[in-house]
Design a binder for this molecule. Structure first.
Ligand SMILES: *Cc1c(COP(=O)(O)O)cnc(C)c1O
Length: 383
């Protein structure tokens, strides 16, 4: 290994996840593959390549920077949609390159129209409706004005979509809020229809909404976390189990993250290990140094908490996680050698370190853990 660690991406796992999602949603619902945050840490180019191979032809990203990365690997008839940030320059680029984008402010809509006129090319926009999350989106009162502007400038804008985002569909505690959001969205959609504006697609659901509230699937779903083989929350998984006979997880984790033992040593009882006094050896211990730290995405909050697999056994991180290194207790492993495999995420022997297990040891969400994985770690596509 030439680098401190490797991220492996399983193509067969992705195929399985997409198969499950397609079967659940039915053939009339398009799946947009959400690859923001460097494809949830998987590596945007590698992941998009795999998704294309699995038949995906719609991608959702956060900004034009990510859109450009996806562009590098996609074929012609694939749509890229920017859900978040576009400044003036990015708007012009997007229109010119047939990349569609969310519009949630009048100012952005006017700029899009202006840029479209200048380019002599239509802007593909998705009108985002504020339905109750109170983040981005046009409020009810702004809708009539938006409709008028779209009607007036219809030679310069294509209404690609009408959309919204739910504020916490992964937790049943938000049931009331989410169902209210669905109502508001439907109302705004009828308003558009009455005015003769028919968005090409209605899309509102993320993974959790698509699973928990089937009516949110509409024409297209924006699926992030589940395509990577992970659940938005334990509740989402339990809710599926309650509905089906099989209790097996239909999803399979795509990612694995592996490193190796860099050095081994023994520490005598009573000594502190690592920086400061975070860990004291109560008895003689054998430790392994692993070249992984918070600069690679292994959170410092896993100090004295994290677990890794070595020789198929769980070994605990001792002391604080450093910038580039961490120390694990390997006293239980007798024949350990330098260069032996260390698994932070993935299977080894009979055991498995899940992404979800990180939230048992720290307060990190699976989303956060993944998104923090360093871009520098090489990604390798495996079967
Ligand atoms: C991230 C995101 C999604 C995907 O969410 P998952 O929970 O990962 O499926 C969908 N829509 C928007 C607007 C998002 O920002």
């Amino acid at each position: 290994m030439h680098t401190n660690s490797t991220i492996e991406l399983s193509l067969s796992a992705l195929k399985k996840n997409l198969y499950f999602l397609k079967r659940t949603f039915g053939r009339n619902v398009k799946i947009s593959s959400v690859v923001k945050g460097n494809a949830y840490g998987h590596g945007i180019r590698e992941f998009a390549t795999m998704a294309l191979h699995c038949g995906i032809n719609h991608f959702s990203v956060f900004d034009s920077h990510e859109a450009k990365k996806v562009k590098q690997v996609v074929k012609k008839n694939t749509e890229i949609m920017i859900m978040g940030f576009v400044d003036d320059e990015a708007i012009t680029w997007a229109i010119d390159h047939n990349v569609s984008f969310f519009v949630f402010e009048k100012d952005r809509l006017r700029k899009a129209i202006k840029a479209a006129k200048k380019l002599g090319k239509k802007a593909g926009v998705h009108i985002e409706v504020e339905t109750g999350m109170n983040r981005t989106g046009f409020g009810m009162r702004e809708i009539p004005g938006v409709i008028r502007l779209l009607q007036k400038e219809k030679e310069h804008v294509t209404l690609k979509g009408l959309c919204t985002h739910y504020a916490g569909a992964e937790s049943i505690a938000n049931y009331y809020r989410v169902t209210e959001q669905i109502k508001v969205f439907k109302k705004v959609h009828s308003q558009f229809n009455r005015e003769g504006l028919h968005p090409e697609t209605r899309h509102t659901a993320c993974s959790a909404a698509a699973m928990m509230y089937p009516e949110t699937r509409m024409d297209m779903v924006r699926i992030g976390i589940m395509q990577y083989g992970l659940w938005p929350s334990p509740e989402t998984f339990v809710s599926l189990l309650n509905k089906r006979k099989s209790k097996a997880d239909p999803l399979e984790r795509v990612i694995a993250w592996k490193s190796e033992v860099m050095s081994i040593k023994k520490v005598k009882a009573g000594d502190f290990i690592g920086y400061g006094t975070h860990f004291m050896a109560k008895q003689k211990v054998k430790i392994a140094i692993v070249p992984i730290g918070y600069s690679h995405g292994y959170s410092r909050s896993l100090s004295n908490q994290g677990r890794v697999l070595i020789h198929g056994r769980r070994c605990v991180v001792v002391g604080s996680v450093g910038m580039n290194m961490m120390i694990v207790d390997v006293s239980q492993i007798l024949d350990l050698k330098k260069g032996d495999e260390v698994v932070m995420i993935g299977a080894q022997g009979q055991d498995d370190m899940s992404v979800a297990s990180f939230s048992d040891y720290s307060d990190q969400l699976n989303y956060e853990l993944l998104a923090r994985l360093s871009r520098d770690i090489p990604r390798k596509i495996v079967d």
